[in-house]
Design a protein around this ligand. Structure first.
Ligand code: SF4
Length: 108
């Protein structure tokens, strides 16, 4: 079986769940809305997304990704973005966003 991270088959790269009660959960997506990364694989890692940091009721620092479209904007583009950032994942340190957003645009 071909590993999915190297697939060229677009059928593995995304789908849109038009029946989801939350669709469209992120505004401003211009290409196909990709629901494949609904739970973003980068949530625990450093990423270039425009997240906001908040502290939950247990005192844990978390990302609020409401304004991020990177895992959702286009099947192929979001697939490529996620694969690129998972190549060398770095655990997120809980700090505010410091990664330049333009790196993500280059990946898509
Ligand atoms: S900011 Fe975007 S890329 Fe980063 S974890 Fe959140 S949804 Fe994923």
């Amino acid at each position: 079986m071909q590993p999915k991270d190297t697939t060229r088959d677009p059928a593995y790269k995304g789908f849109t769940n038009l029946s989801c009660p939350f669709y469209p959960c992120h505004q401003g997506v211009k290409r196909e809305f990709n629901c494949l990364f609904c739970y973003c694989p980068l949530i625990a890692y450093a990423c270039p997304g425009p997240y906001r940091v908040y502290t939950d009721k247990h005192g844990l620092r978390r990302k609020d990704c409401s304004k991020c479209r990177l895992p959702h904007d286009g099947y192929s583009a979001s697939w490529a973005f996620i694969q690129k950032w998972l190549e060398r994942p770095r655990v997120w340190d809980g700090q505010e966003q410091r990664e330049p957003y333009r790196n993500a645009e280059r990946a898509s």
